[in-house]
Design a protein around this ligand. Structure first.
Ligand SMILES: Nc1ncnc2c1ncn2[C@@H]1O[C@H](COP(=O)(O)OP(=O)(O)OP(=O)(O)O)[C@@H](O)[C@H]1O
Ligand SMILES: [Mg+2]
Length: 198
């Protein structure tokens, strides 16, 4: 099997941007956000368990998870968050492994996992973890510019995530995303050459 690396980083650090750049170089990307979304879409594999645990009111008219309602619940109720994670996390991991095991012409796979270190489930099967890193003020500015969240909410989300120093200490590789997109592409290109062995 080809090598499989994790890609993680705090909210707004640039994970999706970096993943797209690696993909453009030839890496295979497995995105756990996409897997999570598919599991909770209409007819998604996680819906029967979610319906049983939380009831019909959390399933929308379209048959998919009512994400707004669930987000509101789990933001204020940690027990509910853990109940949801107990359903979703093992399924996401299983699907990520299954995607990473399918044959590919790519030289390696990158598995994008926002809360990789926090979840504690991924280290064992990954060859290494790449952390996308930038100063916290830049994380906040990028997230505010891209989403409808306000600054206190972004700071509250960051407080629930691992702090920058702890994340960096656990990294096998780091991509610093504190400059222009051109600089970022250059850094990705250099790392890709190393990971692909070319
Ligand atoms: N080097 C950069 N220069 C300018 N804008 C950037 C740079 N890196 C990322 N961005 C922008 O910052 C925003 C956040 O980046 P991105 O979506 O890649 O982060 P993320 O870590 O995937 O966020 P999330 O945790 O919400 O999934 C996006 O609008 C992206 O276009
Ligand atoms: Mg993203």
């Amino acid at each position: 099997m080809i090598a499989c690396y994790g890609l993680t980083g705090g909210i707004g650090s640039g994970k999706s941007t970096v993943a797209k750049l690696f993909e453009s170089k030839g890496a295979r990307i497995v995105d756990t956000d996409v897997i999570s979304h598919d599991l909770t879409a209409a007819n998604g594999l996680a819906l029967p368990a979610i319906r049983q645990e939380f009831g019909d009111t959390f399933i929308g008219q379209d048959g998919a998870l009512d994400r707004d309602r669930m987000r509101t619940l789990v933001f204020s109720d940690r027990a509910a968050l853990h109940r949801l994670q107990a359903i979703l996390h093992p399924m996401i991991l299983e699907q990520a492994k299954s995607c990473a095991n399918t044959p590919t012409g790519a030289p390696y796979t990158l598995v994008v996992v926002p809360l990789l270190f926090e979840s504690g489930r991924y280290r064992d099967w990954l060859s290494g973890v790449i952390v996308v890193d930038c100063p916290e003020e830049l994380q906040i500015a990028r997230t505010l510019q891209r989403s409808a969240l306000d600054e206190p909410t972004v700071r509250a989300i960051m407080a629930q995530q691992l702090d920058r120093g702890s994340r960096l200490r656990q990294a096998d590789e780091t991509i610093l995303n504190d400059g222009s997109l051109m600089q970022l592409e250059h850094r990705v290109c250099e790392m890709h050459k190393r990971l692909a062995g070319c």
